[in-house]
Design a protein around this ligand. Structure first.
Ligand SMILES: NC(=O)c1ccc[n+]([C@@H]2O[C@H](COP(=O)([O-])OP(=O)(O)OC[C@H]3O[C@@H](n4cnc5c(N)ncnc54)[C@H](O)[C@@H]3O)[C@@H](O)[C@H]2O)c1
Length: 250
């Protein structure tokens, strides 16, 4: 009989949070994964070494995630990062840390929802064909950052796919914020509404027609197939990977 591979040893950072607790349950349900550490605010990261964690999953906050990543990379622990707030400067810093630990894999994914990733890809595909595009992102009111990481990434992907397309907009007189926040030249409008989880519309417009691509995340469980895939794959992809798309073969 073929010998079964040992389960991947997983530590969850932010384990008491909304996403972290959902990850804890998802890891416990997978026979090929073993939950070996649950860390939240005030806990010592050395528990990752004591428990011989091979992969961490981090859903915390943008202000605490970097020291955790530095610790994990320095100790050769692969990282699956859902925490948002990774700008170009942070990604540069991560790349430098990864260079010093070349066999360690780090995945930073602004969105683990497979439908959300497809939404971003489809938006990128549509981008060169329409003169107008704006993004509306809608989330629960406990979200601390705006625009969402997904909206920022979508705008960046659209920006890369449309070169020098002039967007028609005659606005000369606007109240503060009325035209949204600009990322890659694309307005993003952020709504925070009780009862919602995570939603986004990308609205394109051209001559006499519009195209709306909408994604709705109805529960935090929607992110778990992507997180589990990330845990399984991250060790096979040394260095920094941004976005789950490559692991999905997109
Ligand atoms: N990538 C995605 O698909 C995705 C999906 C949903 C949310 N998010 C992001 O995930 C992050 C967490 O979201 P949430 O809704 O679970 O937030 P949350 O506030 O419910 O959870 C954050 C947890 O981190 C803990 N924490 C704070 N400082 C810590 C530290 N130094 N060490 C360890 N733990 C610490 C908090 O105590 C809390 O339990 C946010 O950045 C959010 O934008 C990403």
């Amino acid at each position: 009989m073929a010998e079964q591979a040992a389960p991947i040893r997983v530590g969850v950072i932010g384990a008491l949070g909304r996403m972290g607790a959902t990850v804890v349950s998802a890891v416990q349900e997978q026979p090929d994964l073993q939950l070996v550490a649950q860390i939240d605010q005030g806990d010592d990261l050395s528990a990752l070494l004591d428990s011989k964690a091979q992969v961490i999953v981090d859903f915390t906050t943008p202000d605490v995630v970097m020291p955790t990543l530095k610790f994990a990379i320095e100790n050769g622990i692969h990282c699956v990062i859902g925490t948002t707030g990774f700008d170009a400067e942070r990604l540069r810093e991560l790349t430098q840390w990864c260079a010093k630990s070349p066999s360690t894999g780090v995945l930073v994914a602004p969105n683990f929802g497979i439908a959300a990733i497809l939404m971003m890809k489809m938006a990128q595909m549509a981008a060169p064909h329409f003169e107008s595009v704006e993004i509306v992102e809608l989330h629960h009111p406990k979200k601390v950052d705006a625009p969402s990481g997904t909206a920022i990434r979508t705008a960046e992907m659209i920006g890369l796919a449309r070169h020098d397309v002039e967007m028609p907009d005659a606005t000369v007189d606007a109240h503060d914020g009325a035209r949204g926040a600009r990322v890659a030249g694309i307005p993003i409008h952020s709504l925070r509404i009780s009862g919602l989880v995570a939603h986004q519309e990308v609205i394109f417009g051209g001559e006499g027609e519009t195209l709306t691509i909408r994604h709705d995340s109805l529960s935090r469980e929607s992110f778990m197939p992507g997180v589990v895939l990330g845990i399984r794959e991250v060790g096979k992809h040394p260095g920094l990977t941004v976005g789950l798309d490559t692991f999905l073969g997109l």
